[in-house]
Ligand binder design. Structure first.
Ligand SMILES: *Cc1c(COP(=O)(O)O)cnc(C)c1O
Length: 228
């Protein structure tokens, strides 16, 4: 299978999941996760129909950035350290891994320096696994309130990664459902600088389940680019 064929298969699976869930496929953004792959492979993905790509490491993104075809939307999906924000502040369209007030403050400061506003998603650790990054659901209000004071950052939704051992699909589905319930609750509340628009959940093993549970952004690597 070529990368373009894999993208077609994933898009078809997204459509089928939408039909099962009574949703419109246009609500779903497919991110091709390109970590570990070189710019040539990434550009093949773009030519094959990807308009969004995701990288999880700042250094790796910066190394490949100049060679990646312009115009594609770039997502930072991995854990982000405050001291690295400056390297990507002019490169990314959406940061999925906002997980602290201090990171929000630095993203805002770097965005202001670049004369822009950076969109983010709050990463929430739904399962409570200690190894997972992301804030606890109880910490979300504090972060939303804090971001009201920052001029260079917007929160556009929530993101989660289910526990690694959730080869068990029931666990993933529960995690996705819990995030959606939290998302819908926060959507009703009003905060400056926050619009609850996106739910980033679902990867190669579980993107169809995530769509059935309300995901609007799926982050798919291996099903498109093969095993890493
Ligand atoms: C690697 C990665 C993905 C993609 O995982 P696949 O199993 O290859 O689809 C999605 N989200 C994050 C945060 C990742 O690090």
């Amino acid at each position: 299978m070529s990368i373009a064929q894999n993208i077609e298969i994933v898009k078809t699976n997204i459509e089928k999941a939408c039909i099962r869930a009574g949703r419109n496929p246009e609500e779903i953004t497919l991110i091709g996760v390109t970590k570990t792959h070189g710019a040539d492979i990434i550009n093949e993905g773009i030519a094959g129909g990807l308009s969004h790509i995701g990288e999880n490491r700042v250094q790796e993104l910066c190394e490949k950035y100049e060679e990646i075809k312009k115009g594609v939307h770039i997502h930072l999906i991995g854990h982000l350290q405050s001291n690295k924000v400056k390297y990507i502040a002019d490169k990314v369209d959406l940061i999925h891994s906002l997980d602290s007030g201090s990171l929000a403050k630095e993203i805002s400061a770097q965005a202001v320096k670049k004369g822009r506003i950076i969109d983010t998603l709050v990463q929430v650790n739904i399962s409570g696994e200690e190894s997972k990054s992301g804030i606890a659901p109880e910490e979300l209000d504090y972060l939303l309130e804090y971001v009201e004071t920052l001029p260079g950052i917007k929160i556009k939704g929530l993101m989660t990664i289910p526990p690694i051992d959730a080869g068990d699909m029931i666990t993933s589905r529960k995690v996705f459902e819990k995030l959606r319930i939290l998302f819908e609750k926060k959507k009703e509340e009003r905060y400056n600088n926050t619009v609850m628009q996106h739910l980033s959940m679902g990867m190669t093993n579980d993107y169809e389940i995530a769509i059935e549970e309300g995901s609007t952004i799926v982050r798919v690597g291996r099903a498109i680019f093969g095993n890493r």
